[in-house]
Design a protein around this ligand. Structure first.
Ligand code: RIB
Ligand code: CA
Length: 313
């Protein structure tokens, strides 16, 4: 089976790894990429998305989107994690192509409506583009096949606050809308991405297999790995965004639970994803009123990490 997808992204080193999978995997039809601020500003995100596709020898539509959160002030991009250029500050070749003449939100709406019931939205950055698409045309809720989001944390705790994952924290108001919209949705959060480690040995295979694209993936990997060594004490990096595609293509490597999500939009818990399992009663009903979704709780992390390397080798 082939999955037609739109990949919503803020590349970003782990985004770049996932984009390579989206470009190369024979079971993915990459209809386009939509870009957002997050790891970098949105112009840099668009530049990097165009560049990565060109390095793979492909012309993929790229539509630029959100430059800032819906409500809150934007935090500066985390240059200490992804580099100021989003790709580990390695030297990059020039880009030939340009972004589409429509916004990311319009691109999502038009593409979903052109192929009702077929298109999966895979979002691996702050989800403002999906929130804007919902605002443009709420009818896409019934026409999208599924929404897969790298973001959030159910039991793992946060990575940018004690409770919040970065993509949710960066635009909690957008996340609150997108995670409760009522479309078929799977959350691939830190509970599983922190169990996956892409190592030097994996990246050596990827570099050997991906030509010019592999050089950028391998060059940027060192910067990201050094951050993870320091921050988590692991010998490699967490390939967060590739895990969303791994769930789509290899769901048997994951365990999931069904339930209701609430996103905290203010205060100390800002960006936290609160999960109420289906059928479980709490003192009040408020946590169980949102539509049912699926969240990832477990993963065979070694198998997912090997799958990433095998796909790109
Ligand atoms: O928390 C991990 C997420 O934040 C990933 O999408 C990574 O690219 C960063 O943006
Ligand atoms: Ca990302």
């Amino acid at each position: 089976m082939t999955h037609p997808i739109i990949f919503d992204t803020d590349p970003g080193i782990d985004d770049a790894q996932a984009i390579a999978i989206a470009l190369r995997h024979p079971e993915i039809e990459l209809l386009g990429m939509t870009t957002t601020y997050g790891n970098v500003d949105v112009e840099t995100a668009t530049h990097n998305a165009l560049l990565l596709a060109e390095l793979a020898g492909q012309r993929i539509p790229v539509a630029q989107g959100a430059a800032q959160p819906m409500v809150k002030e934007r935090h500066p991009p985390p240059a200490h994690i992804h580099g100021a250029n989003g790709l580990g500050d390695i030297a990059l070749p020039p880009v030939q192509g340009r972004a589409e003449g429509v916004s990311a939100a319009q691109f999502i709406v038009d593409t979903v409506n052109a192929r009702p019931g077929e298109v999966t939205l895979v979002a691996v950055g702050p989800v403002g583009n999906l929130a804007a698409a919902l605002q443009l045309d709420p009818g896409i809720i019934d026409r999208v096949k599924r929404v897969v989001i790298m973001g959030g944390s159910i039991r793992e705790g946060g990575n940018v606050s004690p409770v919040a994952e970065a993509n949710m924290f960066n635009d909690p108001d957008a996340a609150a809308r997108v995670l409760t919209a009522g479309w078929p949705l799977t959350l691939v959060g830190l509970d599983v991405t922190h169990r996956c480690v892409l190592t030097d040995a994996h990246m050596a295979r990827i570099e050997a297999g991906q030509g010019a694209l592999g050089q950028v993936l391998a060059g940027s990997f060192g910067f990201y790995r050094d951050f993870y060594r320091e921050a988590l004490g692991i010998d490699g990096c967490c390939p967060h965004d590739s895990c969303a595609l791994a769930w789509l293509l290899r769901p048997e490597l994951f365990t999931t639970a069904r339930g209701h999500l609430t996103v905290a939009t203010e205060g100390d818990a800002e960006g936290q994803t609160i999960f109420a399992p289906e059928g479980r009663g709490f003192i009040e009903a408020r946590w169980s009123r949102t539509p049912l979704v699926d969240v990832c709780l477990g993963v065979d992390g070694a198998a997912v990490s090997d799958w990433i390397a095998d796909t790109l080798a």
